[in-house]
Design a binder for this molecule. Structure first.
Ligand SMILES: Nc1ncnc2c1ncn2[C@@H]1O[C@H](COP(=O)(O)OP(=O)(O)OP(=O)(O)O)[C@@H](O)[C@H]1O
Ligand SMILES: [Mg+2]
Length: 517
């Protein structure tokens, strides 16, 4: 199908005098998956939100199926079967899944809401994307991946002809991404025009037909995927060359002292086991990467060390911090912080940052003791500290006073990381730290972390499902699968491909294939 479903012409947009989109032209065909790519802050989300009527463009034309349209708000867009899965969730946490999906248009008859029917419709939509989230669950009780599925289900329930997904896979496990791909393929076959925004560039090659790269608010170009490879794509996005496959050649130096040791750690709640028999050590000045799928138990392990696991869980085993046994019953996030443990969480919206506050405020939260005397913030010191951090994480725009809610998604994640760098921890737990961060900024963030590791003897636990990230940043790699540490390897002894087999538990199969050859 070649018919153009969506055409945007000469879109311009500025916020308070700062222009963020310049004469953007973009079109999507019916039955096409079109990836929209670009660095953090390039303008991807804003462009799509001008179509949805979330933002009003300064100028430009929008054609849907050849007809001029201009939506004043998302409701209008949805009524015209244009819908979007937003990067920042808009779910109401205390309502149920079904209520969230049909918010503002709950099926009713004679003034009575038809709850049974609503739940049935909700489970149909969820089912169509392979989700098993119960429609009657309260959204706030769901894990991030399930919330993402609810978001997708809600957008899908408008039966869209133009379907925009802004980083839909960021919080999903490999299995869940598989379901997402199936959904995307089904929609494509039905002739839906799909815009797919992602920073996981391998996905582009998995499902997109064409892609458009946007750089600093200007279109760099539109390409057929068949014309491109990964390194060409990165070069178009960043203007820099990178290699596609990570090869580590440095040798491993075993640290002399450990900052943290876990011996025979287990956690469970009633019959639900989170992880089993975990033994690990992290040295001073060492980055230990824990590679594993979303849902493998990595986050729970991180939360245990930070004292953030709910008290309803039973934790057994021994944890030593700086050689001293830690009383796990008394460990809480505030105790952990005092000990010098920092935790960059995977869910920036729930725990990471306060969007209504400035970058400065957010960055100095954990560093509070260093920049305050009594309760008065010492302005100069705070500002110097914050300027340094903003530079380190390559925040764009580099303005301490900007409210976090006005930053692009990836830049919000940089604030989360920067906040803990400011705290000068002794052990830093990073949970999917660069989710939503573009390729270029990622490398910069690893470099800042590495610098603190080298210079200050910081110990780091890097929990990640991004194997490239693990390969680039870790000194030593543990693989976690279904709550157990299954492998320990050094980066120069392995490859992304081998790690993927380990993470998926396919090593026998992989070896079997090898021996057959
Ligand atoms: N509501 C707003 N007010 C002011 N500036 C904004 C607002 N929303 C976005 N911006 C700015 O517009 C620019 C483009 O942001 P946008 O969110 O579109 O980036 P993006 O390409 O989606 O990046 P990411 O990959 O990080 O999500 C950024 O410089 C951002 O700071
Ligand atoms: Mg965005």
């Amino acid at each position: 199908m070649d018919e153009v479903a969506l055409k945007m012409t000469n879109i311009n947009k500025s916020f308070g005098g700062v222009q963020v989109l310049y004469d953007v032209n973009f079109d999507v065909r019916a039955g096409e998956v079109h990836a929209l790519l670009g660095e953090n802050g390039a303008g991807k989300s804003v462009l799509m939100k001008t179509l949805m009527g979330v933002h009003r463009p300064d100028s430009g034309d929008y054609l849907i199926a050849g007809k001029n349209v201009r939506f004043n708000n998302p409701t209008e867009a949805q009524r015209n079967r244009v819908s979007m899965v937003y990067q920042e969730f808009g779910l109401v946490k205390y309502l149920t899944v079904a209520e969230n999906i049909f918010m503002g248009r709950l099926p009713s008859r004679r003034g009575m809401i038809r709850w049974g029917y609503t739940r049935k419709r909700a489970s149909e939509v969820l089912g169509s994307l392979g989700s098993s989230v119960p429609p009657s669950a309260v959204v706030g009780d769901l894990k991030v991946a399930d919330q993402q599925e609810v978001e997708i289900a809600r957008a899908l329930s408008y039966d869209p002809v133009v379907f925009i997904m802004d980083e839909p896979s960021a919080a999903l496990s490999y299995d869940e991404i598989g379901h997402l791909y199936e959904l995307v393929n089904t929609l494509r076959e039905k002739g839906v025009a799909i815009v797919y925004i992602t920073h996981k560039l391998n996905e582009v090659f998995d499902i997109a037909d064409r892609c458009t790269v946007i750089r600093d608010g200007r279109i760099e170009g539109t390409y057929a995927i068949s014309e491109l490879d990964l390194s060409m794509l990165v070069e178009k996005m960043t203007g820099k060359k990178v290699s596609a496959e990570v090869v580590r050649e440095d040798t491993y130096k075993k640290p002399k002292e450990s900052i943290i040791e876990l011996h025979g750690m287990n956690a469970k709640e009633k019959d639900k086991v989170l992880y089993t028999d975990v033994d690990m050590k992290v040295g001073k000045g060492e980055i230990v990467g824990i590679a594993g799928q979303i849902g493998a138990g990595k986050t729970e392990l991180g939360k245990t060390i930070f004292g953030a696991l709910p008290k309803t869980f039973t934790i057994t085993g021994e944890m030593l911090f700086d050689g001293e046994p830690v009383n796990m019953k008394k460990l809480s996030p505030s105790v952990a912080k005092k000990m010098g443990i920092g935790f960059v969480t995977e869910d920036r919206q729930a725990e990471g940052i306060i969007a209504e506050q400035s970058v400065l405020f957010n960055l100095i939260l954990p560093a509070f003791q260093r920049v305050t005397r009594g309760f008065v913030i010492i302005g100069g010191m705070a500002r110097d500290l914050v300027r340094g951090i903003i530079k380190d994480v390559a925040l764009r725009p580099p303005e301490p006073g900007r409210l976090v809610k006005f930053l692009s998604g990836g830049n919000q994640q940089k604030v989360v990381i920067g906040k803990w760098l400011a705290a000068e921890s002794r052990l830093l737990i990073l949970d999917e730290p660069t989710r939503g961060v573009d390729v270029g900024a990622r490398e910069e963030i690893y470099e800042v972390v590495r610098q603190q590791v080298r210079e200050n003897g910081l110990g780091v636990i890097l929990l990640s499902s991004d194997l490239r990230e693990i390969m680039i940043a870790a000194d030593r790699i543990l693989v976690m699968r279904l709550g157990r540490i299954t492998h320990e390897v050094l980066p120069h002894e392995t490859s992304e491909r081998q790690l993927l087999h380990f993470v998926l538990g396919e090593e026998e199969e992989a070896e079997g294939k090898k021996s057959k050859k």
